[in-house]
Design a protein around this ligand. Structure first.
Ligand code: ZN
Length: 297
């Protein structure tokens, strides 16, 4: 079943217009329409499969982020880079927070949680995909299904909550952000990483840009969209930073979607240009991470 949004998820404005059409290159090859808010310029997948019917669009060998399979060069590369970036992510979170309780929403197989546990954090995770959740549990981690986010924890339980490439997948955006706010302790931090459709690689690849990733990506954020969403719910924006490896990975996938094969050389240069453009402040990166803080009462 598909559902159609009649107002903008960021500013609630009802004046919407067509933005274009993106293709699901990973699973279904179906085309999905994108809608733009006339008021704030936010772009979202619309209509979209509702939360009950989106499951099959995640069922793909190629949807690597939720599994631990290591097959072929691209997967090996992805996993090698991921191991490296885990340490980077952990250090990034620790720069802003030295607390003890961390919740990772959409934790997949729990690699980031394990890394944080090693560094002395008390960790819990939420993961809707059963296979990934069971793998995480097998590592001895406390990982719960999605419903648990809304009913399973006491208010003000966490010093830090992280969502690595998760917010763009969440159907009930407002309810989710409100819940995250409640679950954080005052002065706690919320870290959100999402793709940025204003990046150089996004402009370069147009509707072949891999991070449109419809219909799994319901929202196509720019920095101002993420910040407005969070600030409207009471968070204080503290920091935006580029995620350097995403520009290469997304460019490589985008090359595949246009040319039918991984053109490593071309992808490397687009990724590099995107990164330089982000580092020099011209554009923001392919993916960005944002740090928000819940104000003290
Ligand atoms: Zn809007």
């Amino acid at each position: 079943m598909k559902e159609t949004l009649l107002s903008c998820p960021v500013c609630s404005h009802k004046h919407l217009r067509a933005f274009g059409e993106a293709t699901d290159f990973t699973v279904s090859n179906e085309k999905f329409s994108l809608t733009e808010c006339v008021n704030c310029g936010f772009v979202f997948t619309n209509p979209r499969p509702n939360s009950e019917s989106i499951g099959p669009y995640y069922e793909s060998e190629e949807y690597v982020s939720h599994t631990s399979t290591k097959k072929g060069l691209i997967f090996s590369l992805y996993h090698a880079v991921r191991s490296f970036t885990l340490g980077r992510k952990a250090r990034f979170v620790s720069r802003f927070m030295s607390g003890t309780n961390l919740l990772d929403v959409g934790c997949g197989t729990g690699d980031f949680l394990s890394e944080m546990q090693k560094r002395g954090w008390n960790v819990k995770g939420i993961e809707p995909a059963e296979t990934a959740r069971l793998l995480a549990k097998r590592k001895g981690l406390d990982v719960y299904p999605q419903d648990f986010l809304f009913h399973g924890f006491n208010n003000q339980s966490f010093d830090a909550i992280t969502l690595w490439h998760v917010l763009e997948h969440v159907h009930d955006l407002e309810h989710t952000i409100r819940t995250l706010y409640k679950l954080l302790k005052p002065d706690g931090i919320l870290l959100i990483a999402v793709p940025n459709r204003d990046s150089l690689d996004a402009k370069h690849y147009g509707f072949h840009w891999a991070a449109w990733d419809v219909p799994r990506h319901l929202y196509h954020f720019r920095a101002k969209d993420v910040i407005k969403l969070m600030v409207d719910q009471g968070f204080k924006w503290e920091k935006t930073a580029v995620m350097p490896f995403d520009s290469f990975y997304v460019s490589l996938l985008s090359e595949k979607y246009i040319h039918g094969r991984y053109r490593y050389f071309q992808a490397f240069f687009v990724g590099l240009r995107s990164l330089i453009s982000a580092w020099t402040g011209k554009d923001l990166g392919s993916s960005q991470q944002y740090v928000f803080r819940k104000p003290r009462a």
